[in-house]
Design a protein around this ligand. Structure first.
Ligand code: SAH
Length: 217
């Protein structure tokens, strides 16, 4: 994705807000300063596109909060190594997929709501991103034909981490997901696969995401 000068000030201001929230990983901040977030939203919401907040994208779903997108992507990075093959569950409008495409060798993103999958395809088309594949399907099943993944990121909160996704994580790979603790609270969970049988879990920040749901619609 090529950055243009239009909206550069807005994009940089958003990256500054994300940095102020505590994100330090420079490449992630640069990606936030590159992707024009308004291009993934309805025209009626463009004025709010560079605020650090989640906003509606239709079908009762949201475009995620930029500081949380950046925090999760920062956590996927082990040391300073670039990301290899990444799987995103919950494409939504495609914003986070575009950010990931700047940081990873290959990105696969799954969405279960057909109109949102189509919307993301349309929103992403002008950017001609060659290392990003969008898939319409149930992300709970992952993408076994493409696995293993060096990194897996969930943009929707389940009650736990789907087994298929744990299986599809490369050894040494990282998965980050919001997980529901009870009806009103969710927490980010970082999982690193240390060997074929061993996974190390770290519970992190409180977050608020839409629910992970099974099946396609
Ligand atoms: N990644 C988005 C956030 C989208 S919101 C961004 O760039 O801001 C989360 C999305 O996850 C919703 O579009 C929702 O439909 C989707 N989702 C929920 N459960 C899913 C599942 N099992 N498989 C694929 N997508 C799912």
């Amino acid at each position: 994705m090529k950055a243009t000068s239009r909206h550069a000030g807005h994009r940089q201001a958003l990256a500054d807000k994300v940095a102020a929230s505590g994100v330090k990983h420079l490449k992630t901040l640069e990606a936030i300063a590159t992707v024009p977030r308004h291009a993934f939203m309805d025209a009626g919401l463009h004025a709010q596109a560079y605020e650090d907040s989640a906003l509606p994208i239709g079908h009762q779903q949201t475009i995620s909060k930029p500081s949380v997108v950046a925090r999760m992507i920062e956590l996927l990075h082990k040391n300073k190594n670039p990301l290899g093959r990444v799987l995103e569950i919950g494409t939504g409008c495609g914003y986070q997929a575009a950010v990931l495409s700047l940081l990873a060798a290959e990105v696969y993103s799954i969405e279960r709501i057909r109109p949102l999958h189509d919307l993301a395809r349309a929103k992403l088309r002008p950017f001609r991103i060659h290392n990003l594949r969008l898939i319409y399907g149930d992300g709970i099943l992952g993408l076994p034909q493409v696995a293993p993944f060096d990194a897996i990121i969930l943009a929707a909160a389940g009650l736990g981490i789907p087994d298929a996704l744990l299986d599809q994580l490369a050894i040494g790979g990282r998965l980050i997901a919001p997980v529901a603790r009870n009806a009103n609270a969710q927490q980010l969970l970082l999982i690193e696969r240390v060997s074929s049988q061993r996974y190390q879990r770290t519970a992190l920040d409180e977050v608020f995401f839409v629910p992970l749901q099974s099946g396609v619609i």
